[in-house]
Each structure stands twice: as C-alpha cells, then as structure tokens.
Design a protein around this ligand. Sequence first.
Ligand code: GDP
Ligand code: MG
Length: 192
Amino acid sequence: RDSCVSDSSDSVISSGSDSDGQIYKVVLLGEHGVGKSTLARIFGGVEDTLDYEDAGNTYDRSIIVDEEEANILLYDVWEQDNSQWLKDQCMRMGDAYIIVYSVTDKSSFEKASELRIQLRRARQSENIPIILVGNKTDLVRSREVSVDEGSACAVVFDCKFIETSASLHHNVRTLFEGIVRQIRLRRDSKEE
Ligand code: GDP
Ligand code: MG
C-alpha cells in the first residue's frame, strides 16, 4: 500500500486549453528541500537534469483526468520570500493544497502538521482539498517517517495521503490526478 489516492489512470498530461473555463489554483506547501520544486517542474513538464534553485514559479497546465480536462495553476511560491504577506496570501488563495514533507526528514513531517493546522485556521469553515505528500521514497535507507505514520497523520488531519519519489517519477502523476479528483468531488457536491 503506497497510496490512498486512487491510481487507476490512463490519462495524459498535456498543455491545452480550457474545457469549462474554470482554472483551479493549487498551492504547494512544505519545508525547504522536501521536493516541492522538483514535483512542480515535473507537473509543468520542465524536467531539467540540472538541479537549480528557483525562487518561485507558477505552472499553468491542463491535465486530462477521467476523460475530462482540468486547468491547473500550480503555485510553487511558498519559499519565494520570507514575508508574512506571502505566507498569508498562499494560505488564502488556494483552491487546493499539496503539503509536502520528506520521508527522510522527521522535522519536515512535523512542519507539515503545523502547516495543516495553519491552513485550517486560515480557512476555517471551508472544506478545501488537501493532499499530504511524503516525498523521496527512493531514499530507502534514510527513511525517518514510515508510511503508517504518514497515513495516520492524514487521517487525523482529514486529508488525502500519498507517497512519491520525484526523482523516480513515482506516483507524481497520481498525485496530480488525485488533487483534480478531490477538487471535482467538492465541486460536484456543491452543485447538487
Ligand atoms: P524544495 O525546496 O521543496 O523546492 O525542494 P527541491 O525540489 O528543490 O528539492 C530539494 C532537493 O531534493 C534537490 O536536490 C532535489 O533534487 C532533491 N529531491 C527532490 N525530490 C526527490 C526525491 O524524490 N528523491 C530524492 N532522492 N531526491 C529528491
Ligand atoms: Mg523550491
């Protein structure tokens, strides 16, 4: 068991145009070094072999999930600067959140819980889709956070959970499909 997000898929990631015109803002949160930018670059289709430090980027892509196109604006801006303004802005603007920690770094896992609590405080009555992501599963020998700890945390915080390896591209597509499905579930239940 390495994922609580459904992994049935035959979807294609492509840059394309709107279907329903709706653009969903997805915000990446998490401590420095956990792999946010690497995940974002894979999503954005910019897979440089070069390991560069980027200040902050936004990726605009359309992804087909369950035969329906979704337009995603992915914000990798959490660490763009240290201003409280930016942090507040990030907490406010997302339609959905991806909170990343590294399975090789316990303190990043604890930080993820903190972020979840902050998010809850900022968006009290809203039921926003959140996926908790344990990244770097390829680093088997340096693992400090077990799958069970990760998924138990997600249960407590009422969010989805998945483990990924951005380096191996493992579960990365499933992660982004999962966020789209979560957004749609909320959207569809609002429409009823
Ligand atoms: P950020 O600070 O959260 O944006 O993290 P980065 O995406 O910049 O990644 C930090 C470092 O971890 C970089 O050297 C990445 O190459 C590395 N990294 C990211 N994801 C993985 C992964 O899944 N496995 C391994 N082994 N390294 C990773
Ligand atoms: Mg980064």
